[in-house]
Write a protein that binds this ligand. Sequence first.
Ligand code: PBG
Length: 327
Amino acid sequence: MNLTVRPRRLRSGENLRKMVRETRMDPSSLIYPLFVREGSGIMEEIPTMPGQYRYSTDTMGEKLESLQNAGVTSVMFFGIPDEKDEAGSGAYDANGIVQRALRQARKDFPSLYRVTDVCMCEYTSHGHCGVLKGKEVDNDRTLNLLAQTALSHAEAGADMVAPSDMMDGRVAAIRSVLDENGFYNTPIMSYAIKYASAFYGPFRDAAGSAPAFGDRKSYQMDYHNSREGIREALLDVEEGADIIMVKPAMSYLDMVAKIKDIVHVPIATYSVSGEYSMIKAGASLGYIDEEKIICETAASAFRAGCDIYLSYFAEEIAGFMKEGKIG
Ligand code: PBG
């Protein structure tokens, strides 16, 4: 055959394939989501997320240490309180579970970068992401509570806050309260493009945060929409978001690719609980190769254009990067 152009030429050996690789990754882009709960001496496996645990503040150090040893330098804290109430007061309590975990981590692992999820749903008795007015989430009354939550996190040692509630105007509300209190250098990573997704199912079991009635469709986005996501991202950047997140990751990488060229801040994407659990379940049945699937899904998120990748597999991914399996 007289073929001048042969794309296979550049695939002919491992050295050359790596030389022409378009996507380069390293563990500094990874954030590990960690569940901390009340109590002591607790490390309980989450039934719907095998291999993931709820830690008490005195046991989480073990996980933080192994993450650091693997090269993962950032953790996102999620709190599981014992008590919940209508107003989600555990979220902004100076002695709440996340606040105590932050102080502990700051003391024991000072070089770890501490990010917090800012939301009400783990703390409200009704499981919604804000306070209620009748059966509706009251957007404007929730804003101040979110801002107080972010402030209490910053005061307890959060390096970055990440609002995931999807209330309108929350980035601006958080930015102004942080600034008023001298935290003008604390970045906000906004879950700007967050879809109402069944992929959060296992997380809600882990955090006991499933809504007691209704769903989250009046604040999280409809998954049929794309232009609306661009609007959300632009709005949050205008309000002062330093980083924009797309969530979930796997089924939404079109949004990562799309906003990469539209907003000029770093892009994060969150490979959520359902993505994790599907891989775990498929692998445990022997249907898929866990290691290869983890590598492929992580690489696809970076190929789409994310700068930051949140994953329950962060420690494994860092290991695969070190071994040269991806990256
Ligand atoms: C809080 C929040 C959720 C997740 C991250 N922050 C749950 C939700 O919105 O229902 C999901 C994370 C995951 O599924 O891994 N609002």
